[in-house]
Design a protein. Sequence first.
Length: 311
Amino acid sequence: MAKVLVTGGAGFIGSHIVESLLAEGYEPVIVDIMRTGNRTFVPAGVVLYETDISASNLEEVFEKEKPIYAIHLAAQVDVASSLKDPVGDAGTNIVGTIRLLDCCRKFNVKKIVYSSSCAVYGDAEQDGGGITEDFPIRPLTFYGISKFSPELYIRAYQQLYGLAFTIFRYANVYGPRQTPKGEGGVVPIFIGKLSLGDTPVIYGDGEQTRDFVYVKDVAAANLLALRKGDNEIFNIGCSRPTSVNRLYELISSLLEVHVPPLYYPKRSGDITDSLLNHSKAKQQLGWTPGYDLQAGLRETIDYFRAIQQVL
Ligand SMILES: NC(=O)c1ccc[n+]([C@@H]2O[C@H](COP(=O)([O-])OP(=O)(O)OC[C@H]3O[C@@H](n4cnc5c(N)ncnc54)[C@H](O)[C@@H]3O)[C@@H](O)[C@H]2O)c1
């Protein structure tokens, strides 16, 4: 059973990856400082180290566990926090990744799979086909910069020390266990507010578009990367644009709550349109999204209803 160290494995996306690893016979081990992670997301029997990835004692985890693969999700994920505290943001996202890479090198990890973000592209000019991996890198926020810099370190570790990698740039991920903070938080915000009878806010006119991808499809991509896609970068999104107004309509009708949203001015750093072209992941990994937005939202709403956290 191959051991896989999952940083951020107690978080939203990480916990789905841990479940998929278990289902496919891998042995996941989690490193998570529990900043936004949740112990209840960790399946029974999975070892969890509450260690900061940027701290020197990360090495002790590697010494003890000797993982074969590392799937790296631990990050400061809140764009607004990156603007308030760029040093803290870089400390986790950049320095933390370097610390992890160094452990991977010292302990002969075979491959690292890194969760990057479409935030690295910034407000890219797009034709109908969406953003491909070779689009210019023009992050608009410190978060976008701190997600991209590790990509450069990862490439350098591959070139200098032969550490294989796969880098994923995700669109807006949504699904069960997501919290309103962080990227893509608009889905739990709308679900939470509409179910409580509050009026959600839309920044801008709501015609800005996003590419929403379901968390189980993201987990599936990470599992594929353990066997394929060495030293490549892949966009992971549905390649379908959905306006924020359309998302609002879909969630309202699934919840059967109809309240008009409040419109506030556009926030600085907000991207107008974001659509990822996933052809490369389809060709090289054999990955395609299995969930359309309606199906993913239905499962997400069922989850929130079941736990009565938001509803
Ligand atoms: N959710 C999205 O739409 C989205 C989009 C693009 C990229 N990503 C990336 O995917 C990854 C996972 O994001 P998520 O949405 O699951 O967020 P999340 O906040 O649920 O997960 C991040 C996890 O990292 C942990 N963590 C934070 N700082 C740490 C540190 N110093 N040491 C150890 N653990 C630490 C947190 O406790 C949390 O469990 C992140 O790297 C994020 O940048 C997410």
